[in-house]
Design a binder for this molecule. Structure first.
Ligand SMILES: Cc1cc2nc3c(=O)[nH]c(=O)nc-3n(C[C@H](O)[C@H](O)[C@H](O)COP(=O)(O)OP(=O)(O)OC[C@H]3O[C@@H](n4cnc5c(N)ncnc54)[C@H](O)[C@@H]3O)c2cc1C
Length: 426
């Protein structure tokens, strides 16, 4: 067979660049097709500890250090009034290569990954949009536009779909199932003049639970800029008085006392954006001559900052899977079954925490200033990105969820969160 390249990757976000770099490292010829011109804005700025493993595998660790991004050691959790809360310290985790990670302006971060792909030998094409694809027994055939004008087709052995929430193949094959309990909406912008956390580890992410079921993130993405956003279940978003996006965000800030205090001198540097961040999963993550990576497969509410780490990991795994397929000369869906199972398991592990977060009893325990130490360390291990933790850690996590279930009936931990219908929990 004649192929233009061994593999094509559609989408140049963290999943696509990671898959492309890893495929090139395996010795394959790769084309990366990205519809935008970089740098471009993207949300998703806080990383997990396990991202370091991806950086090491992709030859990015030194570039990440040199980029001088704000360093993140974990999270600080606060109730809406700031009166209660605790830290989530990744340094307590023993199951990761390196606990300290980063907060990143995505325009810069995604560009670093894409440049690394070029360096690894990938043919990177910006302003190239994949508009259609077909799969024959021998090839994946892509239709591509350049600058949304010129059209051409290309033949490759297989396609990695890393088109993010746009979901090229998920749409074509109707693969997506939405999570009705995670139908949330995010309103956000970047601000100057927001004070950092005082004392050690000033660049940790701050997560502020609102009095209702919504929550805020505050993420320092540079020495000057703080990314600030609120996530609200759709039912609460729809109850907000009509207004512009700016007015909605200002209102949410004003009625969250701790955030209002932190933002009193803040200056907004970007327009306010609103994104529907409904979570979804795919019925399968691979088929004959195609494989999904990152958000193109599944997406989870951003509360635990899992997206970019999952995207990079799944991109690297997709590349390993395709490399195996070359050696077996078998690009069939059956050959990719283990890959699909792994994506599903990772999604379900994180999903349990995310679903939990949108319940008052989970929050009672999670925001408790003095939770049982070993159990909380096990929780933090998963939240640092180690979804496939050791059996002992997984056991402690099941105990944690057993306590959450008990809290619903017995309230043995102090009840810090409203339970009435207007709090808007799903
Ligand atoms: C409100 C919100 C907050 C978030 N916060 C965090 C966070 O703090 N931490 C975190 O880790 N994650 C966060 N996320 C999730 C994170 O944004 C994503 O999980 C991550 O960007 C996924 O990477 P990806 O490479 O799969 O997709 P993307 O980063 O979306 O990249 C997809 C790329 O594909 C390109 N593309 C699309 N269609 C085509 C096409 N047809 N042809 C060619 N190119 C195409 C797009 O232009 C884009 O560059 C957040 C998400 C939301 C909505």
């Amino acid at each position: 067979m004649n192929y233009d390249f061994d593999f094509a990757v559609a989408g140049g976000g963290p999943a696509g660049s990671s898959a492309a770099i890893a495929l090139a490292q395996h010795g394959h010829s790769v084309i990366l097709l990205e519809r935008e011109a970089f740098p471009r804005f993207h949300i998703g700025e806080s990383l997990l500890s396990t991202a370091n493993e991806a950086f090491a595998a992709l030859g990015l660790a030194k570039k990440m250090e040199a980029a001088n991004f704000p360093v993140k050691w974990g999270a600080r959790l606060f109730t809406h009034d700031g009166l209660s809360g605790r830290g989530v310290d990744f340094a307590t985790v023993t199951e990761v290569m390196r606990p300290q990670t980063y907060q990143v302006p995505r325009s810069e971060f995604d560009r670093i990954l894409m440049d690394r792909a070029r360096e690894a030998g990938v043919d990177v094409r910006e302003r190239h949009r994949v508009i259609a694809c077909d799969f024959t027994p021998d090839a994946a055939v892509l239709e591509v536009t350049r600058n949304d004008e010129e059209r051409f087709t290309m033949r490759v052995r297989a396609l990695v779909d890393a088109t993010g929430r746009q979901g090229l193949l998920a749409k074509k094959f109707n693969l997506r199932t939405d999570e009705p309990r995670l139908a949330n909406i995010a309103i956000f912008s970047h601000y100057a003049n927001v004070p950092l956390i005082e004392g050690e580890r000033p660049n940790d992410i701050r997560i502020v639970a609102r009095a209702d079921s919504g929550w805020f993130w505050l993420i320092p993405i540079s020495a000057e800029l703080m990314s600030v956003g609120v996530v609200l279940p759709k039912n609460l978003f729809l109850q907000m008085p009509d207004g512009t996006n700016e007015e909605r965000l200002d209102r949410a800030i004003a009625d969250t006392p701790l955030v209002a205090r932190l933002m009193k001198d803040a200056r907004r540097e970007w327009p306010v954006r609103v994104e529907k961040d409904f979570s979804y999963r795919a019925s399968t993550y691979a088929g004959d001559r195609w494989i999904l990576a990152g958000d193109a497969g599944s997406f989870l509410d951003p509360v635990f900052s899992t997206g970019v780490s999952i995207a990079m990991e799944s991109g690297i795994e997709a590349a390993a899977e395709l490399d195996r397929a070359v050696r077996r000369n078998d690009f069939s869906a059956r050959n990719f079954a283990a890959f699909s199972r792994r994506q599903r398991r990772r999604y379900e592990t994180f999903r349990q925490f995310v679903i939990g977060f949108y319940s008052p009893q989970f929050r009672d325990l999670f925001f408790d200033p003095e939770p049982p130490r070993r159990m909380f360390r096990a929780v933090v291990t998963v939240l640092s990105g180690r979804w496939n933790a050791r059996p002992a850690t997984r056991f402690m996590n099941s105990l944690f969820f057993a306590l959450v279930a008990l809290q619903k009936r017995f309230k043995f931990a102090r009840s810090r969160f409203r339970r009435d219908a207007t709090a808007g929990y799903p």
